[in-house]
Design a protein around this ligand. Structure first.
Ligand SMILES: *[C@@H]1O[C@H](CO)[C@@H](O)[C@H](O)[C@H]1NC(C)=O
Ligand SMILES: *[C@@H]1O[C@H](CO)[C@@H](O)[C@H](O)[C@H]1NC(C)=O
Ligand SMILES: *[C@@H]1O[C@H](CO)[C@@H](O)[C@H](O)[C@H]1NC(C)=O
Length: 539
């Protein structure tokens, strides 16, 4: 307690100086990045610690006449992702700092406004201030007056798809044009309509797109309709001489649709090169996400779009990945000693397999999403920070795994940057299976059974017992042994075997089930879930 009070006292003194100094000349926060390995007169090796090294830059750039204690300007010293520090400086001092050898960059810290959408809350993270959604710009709706309506149903294929140069100005000028999805980009179609003098556009989903939603930035007023509505709309257009339509902004509605659901465009497993590891691992928000956008390009991505915005709406793995990376960072902050395999395990074994309505997660085509669409399920950060048990993997295990897949010495060298003798490795590790958090068995013709080993590490409560609950895939027998794992210490490891027996011929080429380790009674309610995928490989 005494020590703590002392520190607080010291800090008070530490910070009073800059506050007084600020009255004379405005100080601003700057982030300074240093060259990590550059050997210069002032390089890291010459100092007792990184902190001393970082402070030496302040001593050289903040004049003694202005600041008796340059170290008091330091706000934070960065050691992990990059070397550098944050400090309170005048513009002049920042410029002086940039001139010093070893300084890579000096950037003024700036306040970034939250432009978030719903995915934070959707993921169960409630720390974003309420009202962020309202500020995110979705409220700017438009009502377009009635516009007469054209669809080139008896025209060419190019016209139906609104391909550039195919639309005649006489037919579309001042009208709302219906364009089928496909062949060209969605924003490109809008541009083609605008160039031909069209006033607005209705993008209509084709049979392939079904009811898939896509929020796009267009160069003219536009909306998108599902395949069902597209069929109705075209019936209407052909039923009347003067079809009319208007686009009405119906307001932002949250929580109406079944979500999460797997997007139709999402990549599917199994991994053809390695069916012994289930892919994908997990799914995460990646549809219609507000994302940062470069200043060199308009928000529609079209070359002629002269508008500029720091954000646009995008979909894809590039949008899902930052969500998962963020969750990995949260887990790493909560458990700094965890390695990537433990973090992946935590994310996978705690993922949700039901949607917000408590029903199975659906695929874009309206069927229940299978393991090859969603892997272990939809990420759940609140649970992932406390998984109870994790499936850890030693880096050497990956090399052994590559040996089991038949990779050559040269191929493994390219990945591991070290030589390996696979025959020796496989001799030492008979019956090896990678300690992956999901279970995937690929049966070749004539093979009907497999045995796998898994090891879990207790990262929950020291004294805890877990019991196996297995849902075997149809026509497959799955046996887990032992069925109870008892831990008395934190960090303790326990192994178990999983035998998979598929003697009865399967009706399909794959089947799915799951294994859950459920924590017993009063100790907690942790559930450690692994999907089980069985594939019959057709050669
Ligand atoms: C984008 O961000 C930069 C840096 O904050 C700002 O100067 C610029 O005005 C922004 N552009 C738009 C279009 O908001
Ligand atoms: C690889 O290991 C096997 C088995 O231990 C051994 O017979 C063989 O000589 C080794 N090959 C090389 C190139 O070291
Ligand atoms: C775990 O159980 C053992 C044996 O019952 C007991 O001695 C120990 O104190 C328990 N540890 C914790 C952290 O509860």
């Amino acid at each position: 307690m005494g020590a703590k009070l002392f520190v607080v006292f010291n800090l008070l003194f530490f910070f009073i100086f800059p506050v007084l100094g600020a009255a004379v000349e405005a100080l601003q926060t700057y982030i300074v990045q240093l060259h990590r390995h550059e050997v210069t007169a002032g390089s890291e090796a010459m100092f007792a610690s990184k902190l001393h090294w970082h402070l030496s830059f302040l001593e050289k750039s903040v004049p003694w006449e202005r600041e008796k204690q340059p170290s008091s300007r330091l706000l934070y010293s960065y050691h992990t992702v990059f070397d550098g520090f944050a400090a309170q400086l005048t513009g002049e001092e920042a410029a002086a700092l940039l001139e010093l050898p070893g300084v890579a960059s000096v950037r003024a810290d700036r306040r970034v406004e939250l432009h978030t959408t719903y995915s934070y809350k959707f993921l169960g993270l409630n720390f974003c201030p309420s009202g962020a959604w309202a500020r995110s710009g979705f409220g700017g709706g438009t009502i377009i007056g009635e516009l007469e309506l054209v669809y080139a149903a008896d025209g060419t294929r190019e016209e139906e798809y609104c391909i550039k140069g195919s639309l005649s100005a006489a037919a579309v000028a001042g009208k709302m044009v219906v364009c089928d999805r496909g062949i060209t980009g969605r924003a490109d179609k809008g541009e083609a309509v605008k160039e031909a003098g069209g006033a607005a556009m209705i993008l209509s989903n084709s049979e392939i797109n079904q009811q898939e939603d896509s929020v796009d930035v267009h160069v003219l007023p536009a909306t998108l309709i599902g395949y069902r509505e597209a069929v109705e709309l075209k019936k209407y257009i052909s039923s009347t001489q003067r079809p009319v339509a208007r686009i009405v902004f119906g307001g932002t509605r949250i929580g109406r649709a079944r979500a999460p659901a797997v997007a139709l465009f999402s990549a599917r497993g199994p991994s053809m090169t390695n069916p012994s590891v289930l892919k994908p691992d997990v799914i995460a928000p990646g549809v219609n996400i507000i994302a940062a956008w470069p200043g060199s390009l308009g928000p529609s991505g079209l070359e002629d779009d002269a508008r500029r915005s720091n954000f646009t709406v995008l979909s894809g793995t590039s949008m899902a990945c930052p969500h998962v990376s963020g969750i990995a960072a949260l887990i790493k902050s909560a458990h700094p000693s965890w390695n990537p395999a433990m973090i992946r395990s935590a994310i996978m074994t705690t993922a949700d397999v039901t949607d917000r309505q408590g029903k199975p997660i659906m695929d874009g085509d309206g069927a229940k999403a299978d393991l090859f669409a969603m892997g272990a399920g939809h990420v759940n950060p609140a649970r992932a920070v406390d998984p109870g048990l994790v499936y850890d993997i030693d880096p050497a295990d990956y090399v052994t795994h590559l040996c089991t897949l038949g990779y050559t010495h040269t191929q493994i060298f390219k990945i591991a940057h070290s030589g390996v003798n696979c025959s020796a490795v496989l001799q030492r590790n008979g019956g090896f299976s990678l300690n992956y958090p999901s279970i995937s068995v690929a049966f070749k013709k004539g093979v009907t059974s497999a045995a796998l080993q898994r090891t879990v590490t207790n990262v929950g409560t020291p004294n805890s017992t877990y019991t196996a609950q297995v849902a075997a895939p149809p026509s497959v027998k799955v046996r887990v042994s032992p069925t109870t794992l008892t831990f008395s210490e934190f960090g303790e490891k326990k192994s178990f075997r999983v035998s998979v027996d598929a003697a009865t011929p399967a009706a399909r080429d794959n089947a799915e089930g799951y294994l859950v380790w459920k924590q017993s009674g009063g100790q907690g309610k942790r559930r450690v879930r692994s999907p089980i995928a069985v594939t019959w490989v057709v050669e």
